[in-house]
Design a protein. Structure first.
Ligand code: 5GP
Ligand code: MG
Length: 176
């Protein structure tokens, strides 16, 4: 059976970059002279991370973790797998976790507790997109880009089956 899909632009690239600039301003203000370690959650966060760090006016370090919860589905599997860990110790570091999107909160919830166990001095959460209707874990987001409706979105780093990460707009993907 052929799968038909349609796209609808939710946010344009200029609407997105306006909010990334605001988030960068907030982090710059809060972390003046503190050299935070930004930990990006792969793969989805790499576009947001690249834009964000170039707007931060502070010394900083960057690392990535690879986490998988969805596989190739559009619905959360409820299981979080850590596929690739951090490249160096985070003990005593001021960590900012950078995530593309929070849906149920399961992924970041797991990640934040693991990072807490690794001895970070402080941990904050920076999320580009938050789904409005949350069904699971309450996660305190310190820096938020934009909220999105409870639909599956692609673009700005977010994929469907590995595709569409390079779209500069955020699109709602409907499969029928
Ligand atoms: P959660 O664990 O909060 O339910 O889901 C978080 C992860 O699922 C995100 O890091 C992201 O990789 C993926 N995800 C959640 N919602 C969407 C969505 O609308 N589009 C895409 N492409 N990925 C999503
Ligand atoms: Mg993700």
């Amino acid at each position: 059976m052929k799968v038909h899909s349609s796209f609808e632009t939710l946010y344009t690239s200029s609407e997105i970059s306006e909010q990334v600039s605001r988030v960068a301003f907030e982090i710059t203000r809060d972390y003046e002279d503190r050299c935070p370690l930004l930990i990006g959650v792969l793969k989805g966060s790499f576009v947001f991370m690249a834009d964000l760090i170039r707007l931060l006016n502070i010394p900083l370090e960057v690392d990535f973790v690879k986490v998988e919860s969805y596989g190739s589905s559009t619905i959360s599997s409820g299981v979080v797998n850590f596929i690739q860990g951090l490249s160096s110790s985070i003990e005593g570091k001021e960590v900012i976790v950078v995530e593309d999107i929070v849906d149920t909160g399961l992924t970041v919830n797991h990640l934040l507790s693991s990072i807490r166990d690794m001895g970070a001095a402080s941990i904050r959460l920076c999320v580009m997109f938050e789904k409005q209707l949350k069904r699971g874990f309450l996660v305190p987001i310190d820096y938020l880009g934009m909220t999105v409706p409870d639909k599956f979105v692609v673009g700005y780093g977010l994929d469907y089956k590995g595709q569409y990460r390079g779209l500069s707009n955020l699109q709602i993907l409907e499969l029928h």
